[in-house]
Design a protein around this ligand. Structure first.
Ligand code: FES
Length: 591
């Protein structure tokens, strides 16, 4: 039905190639006088412009109250200025979004993943309903990026994405080191276990743990931009740039850099190229470009959330991508980046040594990235980065491919009696490759957080802490968990593995397994495990198993009753009713 509204004519009323093949239905002759009156009323300067200029929708995920998003309206204004100055009509609009960090750990987090669907719905709806000829999206926080790409894939009109950009580094005077939002969560673990102190380096040691927390909270986020490590937002922006859907450098250019403003102007040129060459999102969202996304995610140690979002983007674009693809790519791609959360550098540091294009250049030269894929510039990825500087020889952030941190990727797809349809683990190797421990089960994350607050998780015996009924349907909304993993890392509890049918924040690290499928709410094995069962996670055999016989599991299944849905009306109820499982991206339009 989307093709139906695209004009089959290729020459405009001015005799030039027609770039307004969607809006022309509204603007030619006087078939829709009400629409034309509205467009004049909204600011179209004259009939010639209305009938020949392409209408470009500019969708920013702007709202106040979140550093990742607070500047996106201003970026949208810059884009509008540039689009208008190049003879196109620019229509700015907005979608909703929520902050992953602000909602983290409270019930608000249940709304986070479903905002990806609302953003996709919004971009699709405005583009199609308003007959826009092209679309520029400007996302900032985690779910924004996949949401925008899914919306672009659905309407499939010439499009590109401008990433809002990464935040600058904060600095803590009490801890005397650079800090970011994840530092606050980890410090909270030490705060709970009374081990939060100033460094014993000859400087001030008089600050209390409350002074230190106060200092951290005030200085971790020094202005606009998305969380600074290789967390979900930066992971998704990096992957999308490597798929060719944003301009070179978009993912590593900091939000407050003048270069981000220049990117807004360049986007106007690029969208014109996309219109002229009829480059559409589905031409860019291909198996090859998803392969590139997986490669850069493994090489840079990106967030496990990328698995869910890539699956969702692929489902939307009609590309065959499965969990097995992730394992295949993970097996062959070395993990080379000393970036947070497992490493010490931030995206703003990577920008200083050349940014993501310099890493792409390295990986293309090694034959690991496909440089021949088309991009929104009208050139290939390899052509885009050809003039970009190579990584400096004296930098230490990105290791050489022959001396990686780990020879294979950090994302492991696990299957087994605990997760027959798959689970996603983030294992950098620092924590070991195999873990066996006694299960301790928590129905909902809040129960685990309360146990941690009470200091009830002991050191010593190996424990597998299981948080269940937090999947896409059961959460509902597959809420992200960071508080527990950060508190456990901060408290130095090395005897713990975490397993959930929910998700982990991109800032999480440690021995963690999420996205367990089938989820507890539909009676998956994770619902049937009991305290004391032995659970083994093995990244070498890619398995996660529970040491309980098949007969016993069947008995437990027969005695299991589905939980009562606590949310029965509103956005989350709609989401829970529609959502697919995590191994299919947790999308809401896969019937
Ligand atoms: Fe937006 Fe972290 S809260 S990227």
């Amino acid at each position: 039905y989307l093709e139906f509204v695209r004009s089959s004519e290729t020459t405009g009323v001015d005799g030039k190639p027609m770039l307004n093949r969607y809006s022309t239905h509204l603007t030619r002759e006087h078939d829709f006088p009400g629409a034309q009156a509205m467009l004049f009323g909204a600011g179209v300067p004259d009939r010639q412009t209305m009938q020949t200029a392409p209408h470009v929708g500019i969708a920013s995920v702007w709202w106040e109250g979140n550093p990742c998003n607070m500047h996106l309206y201003d970026l949208g204004r810059e884009v509008k200025k540039a689009v208008t100055s190049r003879g196109m009509l620019a229509w700015q609009y907005n979608t909703i979004g929520v902050s992953d960090a602000i909602t983290m750990g409270n019930q608000g987090m249940r709304f986070s993943l479903q905002t990806r669907e609302i953003i996709a719905d919004s971009v699709e709806t405005v583009t199609c309903a308003q007959a826009h000829d092209a679309n520029i999206t400007i996302p900032g926080c985690d779910k924004n990026m996949p949401g925008c790409i899914m919306g672009m894939a659905r309407h499939n009109r010439p499009s590109l994405m401008i990433y809002g950009g990464t935040i600058d580094k904060g600095y803590s005077k009490t801890l005397r080191k650079p800090v970011n939002v994840a530092t606050c969560y980890e410090a909270f673990g030490a705060y709970q276990y009374n081990t939060l102190r100033q460094p014993d380096d000859g400087g001030d040691t008089s600050k209390t743990k409350d002074d230190i927390m106060d200092d951290l909270e005030k200085h971790a986020c020094p202005g606009a931009g998305a969380c600074g490590g290789m967390y979900t937002a930066n992971t998704m922006a990096t992957a999308i740039e490597t798929m060719g859907l944003s301009l070179p450098g978009s993912s590593s250019t900091p939000a407050t850099s003048p270069a981000k403003m220049r990117e807004c102007a360049k986007a106007a040129d690029a969208i014109k190229v996309c219109l002229e060459k009829e480059i559409t999102p589905k031409q860019l969202l291909t198996k090859k470009s998803f392969e590139n996304a997986l490669v850069i995610t493994m090489a840079l140690g990106g967030s496990t959330n990328a698995v869910l979002h890539f699956l969702a983007m692929a489902v939307t674009a009609g590309v065959e991508l499965t969990l097995d693809d992730f394992q295949r790519v993970s097996n062959k791609i070395p993990f080379i980046a000393d970036l947070a959360p497992s490493g010490k550098y931030l995206m703003a540091d990577l920008y200083e040594i050349g940014g993501v294009p310099s890493v792409q250049k390295l990986l293309i030269a090694a034959g690991l990235l496909d440089g021949s894929i088309p991009t929104v510039t009208g050139k290939t990825l390899a052509e885009n980065v050809a003039s970009w500087p190579s990584l400096p020889s004296d930098q230490v952030m990105i290791r050489s491919l022959s001396d990686p941190i780990k020879k294979s990727g950090h994302i492991q797809i696990l299957k087994g009696s605990f997760a027959p349809s798959g689970a996603v683990a983030k294992i950098t190797g620092k924590e070991g490759l195999k873990f066996t421990g006694k299960a301790r089960c928590f129905d909902k994350e809040v129960q685990l957080n309360e146990a941690l607050n009470r200091g009830e998780i002991p050191r010593g015996e190996n424990l597998v802490l299981i948080v269940r009924y937090e999947g896409p349907k059961g959460g509902p909304g597959m809420p992200e968990q960071l508080k527990a993993s950060a508190a456990i890392m901060g408290a130095g509890l090395t005897n713990i593995a975490l397993v959930t049918d929910g998700r982990y924040s991109g800032a999480s690290h440690g021995f963690i397994v999420g996205h367990v499928c089938p989820e507890a709410a539909v009676g998956g094995p994770i619902a049937l495990v009991k305290d004391g069962d032995e659970v083994t996670i093995d990244a070498e055999t890619n398995s996660i198993s529970v040491d309980v016989s098949v007969d016993e599991m069947e008995k437990r299944k027969a005695a299991w009753t589905p939980p009562r849905m606590v949310v029965t009306r509103g956005a989350l109820a709609k989401y829970a009713a529609l959502v697919s499982d995590a191994s299919h991206g947790a999308v809401t339009d896969l019937f």
